[in-house]
Design a protein around this ligand. Structure first.
Ligand code: PBG
Length: 334
């Protein structure tokens, strides 16, 4: 009696999950080294690698050391490095060091492109490494970041990096109109191949803390925040408007930042615009995971790769991640 009424599931979802071969066949997303961008902190001097306590394994390094790191990245198939400078002397109120052709970033770009022409090099467009107050732009007496004055300096910074041979310039400053202004300057000066990755949806996030430690800008910033230019974490429609504007102004690709807490934004942007969409797994996300790995609370290999495939599932084409080297090594072993 009981057998006659027995219920069999119409579909056994577990059938396809049972074997490794069928799991492989039905896998919807793949992560490869091609998806990774490796952010690195570079500092003046020679033969120095300085760990950042809140970012274990993502140290500041001098150019000679960075060349070795770059070689590893290239060898592992990582398409691009993203440079972030630690400026120890030469900060001022109006970020003049940001467009010094002999400065740290242009020097490193020239050397990397000379040694490893096929490795993509990206730089960050923002003034925070260069200002004594740690804001991404120049400020008025009240501390407000001035939009158009900052954009003028960002143009100089972009041209300085383009001249040094950077492949991709990534304005991360959130000034209005800067993508169009920089694009126009690039065109006028003949840098028609220099790509612009617009940090379009950049939120005013607490997850940037360890990055600011690495740059040494957290002390300068003090109690100030970046709320008058970076986006409110509560907003999604606003991200769509930002991306639309940056594309209109000539961005080649767009960025969403931070990453893991903002996967919904990545998905919305990808579905809406169908353009190259990148995401930044930022310093705080890295710090959080690393701390748990170091305590033995999470499995490092599993959680690292799971965090990265989640970006692919959300629609990201590329991921900036401090795990890039480690992840590429793990992927190679598979
Ligand atoms: C600078 C910049 C920041 C990050 C990248 N570029 C910090 C900030 O806006 O304060 C953060 C990256 C990270 O946390 O890993 N404009």
């Amino acid at each position: 009696m009981i057998f006659a009424n027995r219920y069999f599931p119409a579909t056994r979802m577990r059938r396809m999950r049972k074997d490794e071969f069928s799991r492989r066949l039905m896998r919807e997303n793949v992560l490869t080294a091609n998806d990774l961008i490796y952010p690195v902190f570079v500092m003046e001097g020679q033969n120095r690698v300085v760990e950042v306590p809140s970012m274990p394994g993502a140290p500041r390094q001098t150019l000679d050391k960075l060349l070795y790191t770059a070689e590893q990245a290239l060898e592992l198939g990582i398409p691009m490095l993203s440079l972030f400078p630690v400026i120890e002397s030469g900060k001022d109120n109006d970020a003049q060091e940001a467009y010094n052709p002999e400065g740290l970033v242009p020097t490193v770009v020239r050397e990397l492109k000379k040694r490893f022409p096929e490795l993509g090099v990206m730089t960050d467009g923002a003034l925070d490494p260069y200002t004594i107050h740690g804001q991404d732009g120049v400020i008025d007496d009240s501390g407000y970041v001035l939009n158009d004055e900052t954009t003028e300096i960002l143009i100089k910074q972009g041209l300085c990096h383009a001249e040094a041979g950077v492949d991709m310039f990534g304005p991360s400053d959130m000034m209005d109109g800067r993508i169009g202004a920089i694009r126009q300057a690039f065109e006028e000066e003949g840098y028609i191949h220099t790509k612009i990755l617009a940090y379009s949806a950049k939120y005013s996030s607490g997850f940037y803390g360890p990055f600011r430690d690495a740059l040494g800008s957290s002390g300068n910033l003090g109690k100030a925040d970046k709320n008058n230019y970076q986006m409110d974490p509560a907003n999604l429609d606003e991200a769509i408007q930002e991306v639309a504007q940056d594309l209109e102004e000539g961005a080649d690709a767009v960025m969403i930042k931070p990453g893991m807490p903002y996967l919904d934004v990545i998905r919305r942007v990808k579905d809406t615009f169908r353009v190259p969409t990148f995401a930044y797994q930022v310093s705080g996300e890295y710090a959080m995971l690393k701390a748990a790995f170091q305590n033995g609370w999470l499995n490092e290999e599993k959680c690292m790769l799971e965090s990265l495939i989640a970006f692919k599932r959300a629609g990201a084409d590329g991921i900036l991640t401090y795990f890039a080297l480690d992840a590429a090594r793990l992927l190679r072993q598979r």
